[in-house]
Design a protein around this ligand. Sequence first.
Ligand SMILES: Cc1cc2nc3c(=O)[nH]c(=O)nc-3n(C[C@H](O)[C@H](O)[C@H](O)COP(=O)(O)OP(=O)(O)OC[C@H]3O[C@@H](n4cnc5c(N)ncnc54)[C@H](O)[C@@H]3O)c2cc1C
Length: 315
Amino acid sequence: MIDCTGDADVAYRAGVPTEKGNADGGMQPPTLMFCLGGVDTDKLRLSIANAPPQARTYLTDFIPAEYFGQNHQFIVVGMRELMAKAKQERGLQIPNERTIIITGLKKGEVWINMTRVKDTDGTDARSLTRGEIEGRAQIDDIITYLVNYVPGFEQAYFTKTAPFLGIRETRRIVGQYVMTQEDVLACSHFDDAIAVASYPIDIHRPADDGCTLIWCGDCYDIPYRSLVPQKISNLLVAGRSISATHEAMGAIRVMATCMAMGEAAGRAAKISVRGNRTPAEIDVQELRRQQLERGVYLRNPDGTRAPAAEHAPAA
Ligand SMILES: Cc1cc2nc3c(=O)[nH]c(=O)nc-3n(C[C@H](O)[C@H](O)[C@H](O)COP(=O)(O)OP(=O)(O)OC[C@H]3O[C@@H](n4cnc5c(N)ncnc54)[C@H](O)[C@@H]3O)c2cc1C
C-alpha cells in the first residue's frame, strides 16, 4: 500500500512512528485561498515593473521587476511596506507580512494566498473547523487592503474561496532515513535517490506572521529510504508526509516534488509485488534504472544528469 494522504493517515493508524511540527510542535499555518475578479492585472504588473528602484513599497521579495514587464500570468510575493502601511493606517488585522497574488485563468481573475490560520492541526476535525471560520473571517481585511492600496485592485470584487483550507503541514513519518535541512542546503546526493528537487526551504513560520526562505543554490536528492516507514513492512509513503524534519519538509512539500515521489513509490510498489519482496527489500538501483528508462530526472554523484537507461521502457 502507498500512503499519499498528505497526513500519513494510513501509516499513523498502522502504528508507524510519526512527528508533527518544529521543536515546539508548531506547524506551518494553513491558508484559505480566495479569488477576486475585476482586477486590472496589467496595471498591477506594470506598477511593479515600472516602479523606480527607490519605490520600496512595490518591491517583491525575490522576483526581479523585469519579470512583471514580460509576463501576463505571474505571481507577486512581497509588497511588505505597502501592507505594513495599510495595517498601520487602517488597523487591519492581517496575520501575514507579505502580499501574495497569483493570476488566475480568466481575465481579471486573481487568487490570493494571504489568510493564515495559526495553531491549526489539519488532522483534527475541531481544529480544522475553527480554522475554516477564522480563515473566512480574515478575508474582509485583506480585500480592504488590496482594493485601497494595491494598484489594479480598485474595481476588484470577491468571487469565491477554495472549498477548504489548504494544509501545509501535518504528520511526517519517521522512516529509514530522515531528511534534514542540512541535506537540502548541501544539495545532497544519495545513492538511493528517486527524485531531484530544487524548491527552497519555505516555512510559513508557525509562531509569527513571517516566512523563512532559504535556497540551496542548486538541487538536492530525495532518498528512497525517506519513503520507507519504520515498523510496517508493506507500506510506502509519498508526498509531504515522508520522513523529513520540519525544515526539510518545508522544501520537499511542493507539488512537483510530491508528484515525483508518488511516481517513484508506484514503481517501487510494482517491483515489490512482482519480486515478492517488501518495499524495504527491493533493489533500489533496479528502481532507479526503471525510472531512468521512463525519462525521470535523476543525478549522477557528481551532480550531472544521469543518462537514460538504454533498455526498452518497462511496462
Ligand atoms: C495555500 C497553499 C499554497 C500552496 N502553493 C503551492 C504552490 O504554489 N506550488 C506548489 O508546488 N505547492 C504549493 N503548495 C504545497 C502543495 O500544494 C502541497 O504540499 C502538496 O500538494 C502536497 O501533496 P501531497 O500529495 O502530499 O498531498 P495532497 O496534495 O494534499 O494530496 C492528498 C490527497 O489524499 C486525499 N486524502 C487525504 N486523506 C485521505 C484519507 N484518509 N482517505 C482517502 N483520501 C485521503 C486528499 O483528499 C488529497 O486528495 C501550497 C500549499 C498550500 C496549503
